[in-house]
Design a protein around this ligand. Structure first.
Ligand SMILES: *[C@@H]1O[C@H](CO)[C@@H](O)[C@H](O)[C@H]1NC(C)=O
Ligand SMILES: *[C@@H]1O[C@H](CO)[C@@H](O)[C@H](O)[C@H]1NC(C)=O
Length: 575
């Protein structure tokens, strides 16, 4: 109406207006200064919204050397002393390899729409290379897992790389430092499409490549434990991005028309908020934080190249170091157009937020990914932080981040592939996880607000279904909806209160009204105390196994037992 009215008197003015409008909508700048933190929002998600939980192969399967599986870099890394908290390994972990039917029953009870898991590359290709040897027993395990999920109406969302590179490829060729991983990974992915693609329609190439690159090849906290400061992460990431693109093209040209699925990538996307939103330098620092984190991978797959700010900063710092070329590798023109647009949906793993401010790091021999960014991360001491030391609860950061993704990458289809919170072990029998219920409530509510803002979120994956091996933290941090008693050989699962809570969010598809939502926590807490009693009784059975296995052979213990029996007789006689 307004446009029409203006059209008649002054076409030139209208043209100018249109150009202006075009500019505004094309750039869609994210508004850093506007952070709405409204109150709790009662409402529901669009129909068809998909709910589920996730896991990964190395963290849950166990059976590390069973049925022909080869070794991964994590098997080798965790067996080295001093790498993992308490020198723990995931050799057995949750024994998910043997207990998947039981676990799917838990998912069915919670009415999951989907389950996210990963395929262990060395379980089906023990030496990493397809032409070398295919382990049919490994294929069979994933066949059974996928079929059982589908029998229960649960959609599998399958990750191809959740950090467990075949050890052979690391040892012989230098793993992700070597561009030849691109072809090996593509062969592996192609085999998965061939064998499972008739039933799997959601593929994730890489889970959190940021962590794999930075912690695996730069800080060395994760497998393979290399400390190639300032170069290792960039090189690893470069090859992972190429591998992702190649796999997407393989699916696109060879399988898409037959199988009609989608291929995406799952990126870690914690939020960076300017310390002072009125300070332009803080805003730029916060944007760098996000670009060096999420943008490092998202910008290539959506736009074909690294974020300009990464190219500028790393390039300048490399020059100041006296290097002839940037430590950030370069994509050729051909590669850029090959990589651009290789994302049918974006997986988002989000856990926490940081305040960010500008901080200069002078160039020098100590250059690293972290100093290249020229920023400092801060946290508000009022933010709750009950679990992992890095995980502060800042629900509004989730909505900010989702809106950033919408504005930066053309409102892509999003699946939240990881969101959740850990708890450090306090009492060993506390299943009443108030804290986790609060986290889910607030984070899922901020996601709901983002959906109302117009962000295209299609599904949510709670992280994680079970307590599991938490990488370098061993078993000391528990993310599970279900508690796993790792001391017991049978690895029994016990529901925490958050199982009941999440179930109600799922069955209501959101937060229907205040009265109902307020009753959820109380009801969930009622059920968890009986689970607590079950768990408290469990150490007895765990102990009994130990008696038969270890204690019985020792003569001393036998004597004590005999003495106890004798004493009982004596006492009985007295009464
Ligand atoms: C882990 O192994 C290292 C090296 O053998 C040893 O020094 C350390 O005490 C071990 N830690 C624990 C908790 O056993
Ligand atoms: C990279 O891998 C190939 C095998 O695909 C190997 O021939 C080459 O030596 C490796 N390069 C390095 C630097 O290890």
């Amino acid at each position: 109406m307004l446009l029409q009215w203006i059209l008649r008197p002054c076409p030139v003015f209208v043209l100018a207006l249109c150009v202006l409008a075009l500019c505004v909508s094309a750039s869609e700048d994210f508004d850093w200064t506007k952070n709405q933190r409204g109150s709790f929002f009662y409402g529901t998600f669009p129909t068809g919204f998909s709910w589920g939980a996730g896991s990964s192969a190395y963290q849950t399967e166990g059976a590390w050397d069973k049925d022909g599986k080869g070794m991964s870099i994590w098997d080798v890394f965790s067996h080295q002393k001093g790498k993992i908290f308490l020198n723990d390994t995931a050799d057995h972990s949750c024994e998910g390899y043997y207990k998947f039917k039981e676990d799917i029953a838990l998912m069915k009870d919670m009415k999951f729409n989907h389950y996210r898991f990963s395929i262990s590359w060395p379980r089906i290709l023990p030496n990493g290379i397809k032409n070398d040897h295919i382990n049919e027993k490994g294929i069979k395990y994933y066949d059974n897992l996928i079929n059982t999920l589908l029998d229960n109406n649960i959609t599998p969302i399958v990750t191809l790389y959740h950090w467990d590179l075949p050890q052979v490829l690391e040892e012989k060729y230098g793993g992700w430092q070597n561009v030849s991983m691109v072809n090996y990974f593509n062969d592996f992915a192609n085999l998965c499409f061939e064998r499972f693609g008739n039933r799997v329609k959601y593929w994730i190439t890489f889970n959190n490549p940021w962590s794999s690159a930075v912690e695996g090849y730069e800080t060395g906290e994760h497998a393979p434990g290399l400390k190639l400061r300032g170069t290792g992460a960039y090189k690893a990431a470069h090859h992972m991005i190429k591998a992702h693109a190649k796999v997407w093209h393989t699916y696109d040209t060879q399988w898409r028309s037959k199988q009609r699925g989608m291929v995406g990538i799952s990126l870690s996307a914690d939020w960076g908020e300017p310390v002072d939103v009125t300070n332009q330098r803080d805003i730029e620092a916060a944007e760098r934080y996000v670009q060096f984190y999420l943008g490092w991978f998202a910008t290539p797959v959506f736009n074909g190249d690294y974020p300009q700010v990464m190219k500028d900063y790393i390039g300048r710092k490399s020059a100041q170091q006296g290097l002839g070329t940037s430590r950030l590798p370069v994509f050729s023109t051909q590669e850029k157009s090959y990589i651009k647009g290789t994302c049918d949906f974006l997986g988002i793993g989000h856990f926490t937020t940081r305040y960010v401010t500008q901080k200069n790091y002078p160039p020098g021999r100590g250059s690293s990914y972290f100093t290249d960014r020229d920023l400092a991360e801060l946290v508000d001491p009022r933010w709750p932080d009950p679990g992992s030391e890095w995980l502060y609860s800042v629900p509004w950061g989730f909505r900010r981040m989702l809106n950033f993704v919408r504005s930066q990458y053309g409102n892509p289809m999003i699946y939240v592939t990881e969101n959740g919170v850990s708890e450090k072990m306090r009492g060993c029998t506390d299943l009443c996880d108030d804290w986790r219920m609060q986290y889910f409530k607030e984070y899922i509510n901020e996601m709901l607000k983002a959906v109302k803002d117009g962000v295209n979120v299609k599904g949510y994956t709670a992280w994680s279904l079970l307590d599991k091996f938490e990488w370098d933290e061993g078993y000391s941090e528990r993310f599970g909806l279900y508690y796993v008693d790792f001391r017991n050989k049978n690895k029994p699962r016990y529901p925490k209160a958050s199982v009941q809570y999440y179930k109600r969010i799922i069955s209501s598809n959101g937060f229907p009204n205040q009265r109902e939502v307020e009753s959820w926590k109380r009801k969930a807490t009622e059920t968890c105390s009986s689970s607590n009693q079950l768990l408290a009784a469990d150490p007895l059975t765990g102990h009994m196994e130990m008696v038969t296995e270890i204690v019985v052979p020792t003569v001393g213990t036998l004597c004590i037992l005999l003495a106890a029996v004798f004493l009982m007789f004596l006492l009985r006689g007295r009464l």
